[in-house]
Design a protein around this ligand. Structure first.
Ligand code: BGC
Length: 903
């Protein structure tokens, strides 16, 4: 939803957007908020005022509402004027701004269309096939169809659709969209997303047919490692629920909903499960069933199933789509067995074009790594079969692709005696646009950054998953909170998180707290709710989103959830006011923990529980003051202080013994001012003692480098960041990783694959999963990348002025890195930095868009001279400079370059 204009004016609003991602057609019930970007030739000028208008028509003949002239420099997430949109309503917006140069022209208009917002908008019913065998066992996805007449040309047609299960629809044989796995996974009992598609061009005058395919997906397919399959966690009936609304050129209207006139059958897809793969027998496809002329009299009449309209809401997060297609060359390893290597670990499937004969079979298996003998390593998939099979129907060339499944893989094996013409590894992901880019002179660091980008892409599949390959793929809250800031830097993940956080709030329990996986499935007992560092996703993720994008809506929306989590914690305290000992995942996968008991980390988990309590209370206090809940703010501030200081007092000695302890205490503000240096020095010594090898798990890892930097220990921070010995971030790169591993030593220095043996932690043994845990695609440890942007490249959002409205430009180069470029797509436009070190000089070019300001804090040594845009800064001053929007060239002579500590 963006628009551009070019005028010769000095000040031009180049882009006006709303909070609705461009991949989504309609708005939901949330108020519309607008953000604009501005180009100006005079960088000294500021926005002094703005006016936003709303109208029913693009021409703005009658203005419906205006903000009036507002004296403000706000340009991000500004509330749009006018009453909330009604279902189906279309409204146009435009903005103009006043700078010191006077008023700009009006921006190009932005069109917003509302989806179906209330239960009464629907005439559709949920439909399914009678006597569906899929109720009790894996069965073919449903084919559904209904023919209808369109009496004249269509002016506008919208298809609103959702399902219990996952679905794909077509009109007259043409798919209504490229979305995969619609409607995605949400807290289905409370929230089911509706897709809206523009299908105007698919209709024709006369006879038409609308068709749908519905598979099990997350609703009825397997979830979790239950040896009995773990199917049907949300219900036993899959169903389609759809409404096609057509406005005709002649003023007439037509609605075709799922109703009892639809017919049902099954076809080529004999089975499809997210974990196990798809079985496709092309011989069983009813020929032409997606075309209007098909005769469906022999198909079953559908039956109605209950469908709760009250939980429907228009999709607000980006849909899952194809993200990349990597051509591969199958190598024949023995007659009839071919292997492919995409060179990149992805989430998705293999697309193969084969020439074959009727009844020939094709089997595709997937794996992330190869065994030393070259075969696929499938042990770590646990019970996920991750296999797609096909049977060919005709003597001809055909493209084979599975449906309603995905696999995590870099390698595949194709078994067939048909001729393979070509093949590709197709990567899928929630369609979040890229936001940050990074490149430096260190090729391994660049590759690690790329690995994190891929792990995010691969694990952002409708919900933020832990991993994409084994019988898990769950929205673990601990992983999400660890990675949230980095995720917001690498991709525009705002609406993705906003959607998931709604699920988190729905699945949260006022007493037991926030679930360990959201949507809440699979887990039972103690591990299910309220675990430290997992449940704290309720406070940490919204805050990270707010800081990254500068839109307080996420805080307003999530405040009740944040508050509820703090109240739940308050209810569990012991007489001494602290949280008692209980099972925690803790500093999960600390490399020193026993490999089969990843929760037995060096950092005491009761310390961590209380430290996270203090931190969450602090964030809740900030959130409370942001939303105007001043008494909550004071109360939570006091709780944060009290828990923080008792935690410090009780665990001071303990926390000084391990990296996570020190890092958590420093970053969560538990350390009294006069002891910060001691803790920082201790942390530095611990890092030095291991030559920079990582000594932290999921909870400590995101915090160690920021804690080192904050206490003046960049030498040790770089020692750890650039360490190439196991366990370390770059060790994985030297071992050929293309995504981030779950275990630091998933491939061990001797080249063997980690056995991954694990004893299920208490409360998670839904059934023994075979005691295996080894993924090559977990984003949690990628959390360090945010620090790379902030400190290596030197671009950070100022927390007091979030969303990069004020950018802290503070590169702190290591002397082995000679250049670095980073870009960040801020709401106001692109922020970039490109620096290099040549001889005795550090030089940088910094670009800041209109509406931002930079605080340049140069890497100064004792005898540095700083020149900003040709002007030397006074040596006596703090050597920092304010950068206005536009381009700046800065130079620092004799800069302070970090010389790594250690051997
Ligand atoms: C998941 C982790 C998760 C952990 C917590 C694992 O199975 O893959 O990422 O946070 O369990 O127990």
């Amino acid at each position: 939803m963006s628009s551009r204009t070019t005028t010769a004016e000095n000040v031009v609003v180049t882009q006006l957007v709303s909070q609705i991602p461009t991949s989504v057609l309609v708005a939901g019930a949330d108020p519309i908020r607008l953000t604009w970007q501005v180009a100006t030739s005079n960088h000294g000028h500021r926005q002094r005022a703005y006016e936003v208008q709303a109208a029913a028509g693009d021409a703005f003949e009658a203005v419906l509402a205006t903000t009036g002239i507002v004296d403000s420099d706000d340009q991000v997430a500004v509330p749009a004027p006018g009453a909330p949109l009604k279902s189906r309503e279309v409204r146009y917006y435009r903005v103009r701004i006043r700078t010191d140069n006077g008023w700009s022209a009006w921006s190009a208009t932005l069109r917003i269309e509302a989806g179906l917002l209330g239960p009464s908008d629907w005439t559709a019913i949920g439909i399914t096939i009678p006597d569906d065998p899929g109720r009790t066992r894996q069965a073919p996805p449903l084919l559904l169809r209904r023919a209808f007449e369109v009496p004249g040309a269509a002016r506008r047609a919208r298809l609103y659709a959702t399902a219990h299960g996952v679905f794909r629809m077509a009109i007259n044989g043409r798919p209504v969209s490229q979305d995969i796995l619609a409607p995605g996974w949400t807290a289905y009992r409370d929230r089911l997303l509706v897709e809206t598609y523009d299908v105007t061009d698919l209709l024709r005058t006369g006879r038409n047919v609308i068709t749908g395919v519905v598979g099990d997906g997350w609703y009825r397919g397997r979830l979790g490692w239950d040896p009995d399959g773990g199917r049907a966690r949300y219900g036993t009936d899959v169903a389609l629920f759809a409404q096609l609304e057509v406005d005709l050129d002649n003023g007439g209207e037509l609605t075709v909903s799922t109703d009892r006139l639809w017919r049902a059958s099954s076809g080529a897809i004999r089975a499809a499960d997210l974990y196990d793969g798809a079985e496709i027998d092309l011989r069983q496809e009813p020929n032409g069933w997606e075309m209007p002329e098909f005769e469906d009299a022999s198909w079953a009449r559908v039956v109605a199933v209950p469908f709760d309209r009250r939980i429907l809401e228009p999709r607000l997060a980006p849909p899952v789509r194809v993200a990349a297609s990597i051509p591969v060359s199958p190598i024949e390893v023995r007659p009839g067995l071919f292997r492919t290597d995409g060179g990149q670990n992805v989430t998705g499937h293999v697309r193969i074009r084969v020439r074959g004969r009727r009844d020939q079979r094709v089997t595709v298996r997937h794996a992330e790594v190869l065994e030393p003998d070259g075969s696929l390593h499938t042990r770590s998939l646990r019970t996920a079969r991750a296999t797609d099979t096909y049977v060919l129907a005709n003597d001809q060339t055909v493209v084979l692709e599975p449906m309603f499944t995905f696999h995590g893989f870099r390698y595949a094996e194709i078994e067939t005696d048909a001729d393979i013409i070509d093949a590709a590894h197709v990567a899928i992901s929630s369609a979040t646009p890229r936001r940050g880019t990074f490149e430096s002179s260190d090729a391994d660091l660049n590759r690690f950054h790329e690995n994190v980008v891929w792990s995010q892409r691969d694990n952002f599949v409708s919900v933020p998953t832990d991993c994409p390959q084994r019988d898990e793929r769950l929205g673990w809250t601990g992983d999400a909170q660890a990675f949230a800031s980095t995720a917001c830097t690498l991709f525009d993940a705002r609406s993705f998180w906003a959607s998931w956080l709604r699920d988190l709030a729905f699945d949260q329990d006022p007493v037991m707290g926030v679930p360990s996986v959201v949507p809440d499935v699979v887990l039972k007992g103690e591990a299910r709710f309220g675990r430290a560092g997992w449940a704290d996703a309720a406070t940490i993720v919204p805050w990270a989103v707010y800081e990254a994008y500068g839109d307080a809506t996420v805080i307003r929306d999530q405040y009740p959830s944040m508050r509820s989590w703090i109240e739940s914690l308050l209810g569990r305290r012991d007489a001494d006011g602290l949280l008692p000992e209980t099972f925690q995942f803790g500093d999960w996968l600390d490399p020193m923990a026993p490999p089969e008991r990843p929760w037995q980390a060096r950092a005491d988990s009761t310390f961590l529980a209380n430290a996270f309590f203090a931190h969450s209370a602090r964030l809740a206090a900030r959130a409370a003051s942001l939303v105007g809940e001043t008494s909550d703010a004071a109360r939570y501030e006091a709780i944060a202080d009290a828990i923080g200081s008792s935690t410090w007092a009780r665990w001071r000695e303990h926390l000084l013994s391990n990296q996570t302890g020190c890092a958590v205490a420093l970053q969560f503000g538990l350390v009294p001012d006069d002891e910060r240096q001691v803790v920082g020095d201790t942390l530095a010594a611990l890092v030095l003692a291991t030559d920079g090898r990582v000594g932290t798990g999921f909870l400590g890892t995101p915090l160690v480098l920021p804690a080192l930097a904050a206490t003046g220990h960049l030498e040790e921070a770089y020692l750890a960041l650039l360490c190439r010995e196991a366990p370390s971030w770059l060790y994985q790169v030297t071992r050929g990783a293309t995504t981030v591993w779950e275990r630091w030593d998933a491939i061990r220095p001797d080249g063997s694959i980690h056995p991954g043996v694990m004893t299920p932690p208490p409360g998670t043994e839904v059934g023994d999963d075979g005691g295996q845990m080894l993924s090559f695609n977990h984003y949690a440890y990628g959390a360090v990348v945010d620090w790379v942007y902030r400190t290596v490249a030197g671009l950070a959002p100022d927390p007091t002025c979030p969303g990069y409205r004020r950018v802290i430009v503070a590169p702190r180069p290591d002397d082995s890195i000679t250049f670095c470029t980073a870009t960040l797509d801020a709401p106001q436009g692109l922020v970039t930095i490109a620096w290099r070190v040549e001889g005795e000089t550090f030089s940088a070019v910094v670009d800041l868009p209109f509406g931002t300001i930079g605080l340049f804090d140069p890497p100064c040594g004792p005898s540095s001279l700083v020149v900003v845009d040709g002007r030397q800064l006074e040596e006596s001053a703090s050597q920092s400079a304010v950068l206005t929007p536009g381009r700046h060239v800065v130079e620092v002579t004799r800069p302070a370059l970090v010389s790594r500590a250690g051997p």
